[in-house]
Each structure stands twice: as C-alpha cells, then as structure tokens.
Design a protein around this ligand. Structure first.
Ligand code: SF4
Ligand code: SF4
Length: 70
C-alpha cells in the first residue's frame, strides 16, 4: 500500500537563505525525521519513518519539500 513521504528537492533547497543556515523543515518535523548535520548543510530525510504530515513542507520557504506517494 502506498505511503506518503517527504522528499527534498535538492535543486530548490537553499540552506544559505534560511535563518542562520538552519533548516526550518528540520525544526518543524515533530518526529525529528529530517537531519541537518550542521548549519548551511542540506537536510537529509529518513523517509521510511515519515508520517506524511507535511509540516516540513509548510515550513520550508523555498518549497523544496514535497509529499510523494511511494
Ligand atoms: S527549510 Fe527548505 S530551503 Fe531551507 S534548508 Fe530546509 S529544505 Fe532547504
Ligand atoms: S512529512 Fe511530517 S513526519 Fe514527514 S518529515 Fe515532514 S514533518 Fe516530518
């Protein structure tokens, strides 16, 4: 059965445009499924555990995250 998962479009993601280089989507995920190694790095999702709630989608100012059916 298909599940909803957040995927980062790395062509759109611009951490340098986010506040202090901190990924707003990382901060928004209630399950801490997006990881940013350090400021100004792109975030890495852990899609197998994603709930598809889209809070990260709403938080990202660059619209770099989409929910997709996998
Ligand atoms: S909030 Fe969006 S643009 Fe900023 S680092 Fe996170 S995914 Fe990239
Ligand atoms: S869709 Fe929800 S659970 Fe999945 S990474 Fe985004 S905020 Fe986290």
């Amino acid at each position: 059965m298909p599940r909803k998962m957040a995927l980062v479009d790395y062509k759109k993601c611009r951490p340098e445009l986010c506040d202090s280089g901190s990924c707003a989507a990382v901060l928004a995920c209630p399950h801490k499924l997006l990881r940013q190694e350090s400021p100004f790095e792109v975030p890495m999702p852990a899609p197998s555990f994603c709930k598809g709630c889209a809070k990260c989608v709403v938080a990202c100012p660059m619209k770099a995250i989409q929910i997709q059916l996998m």
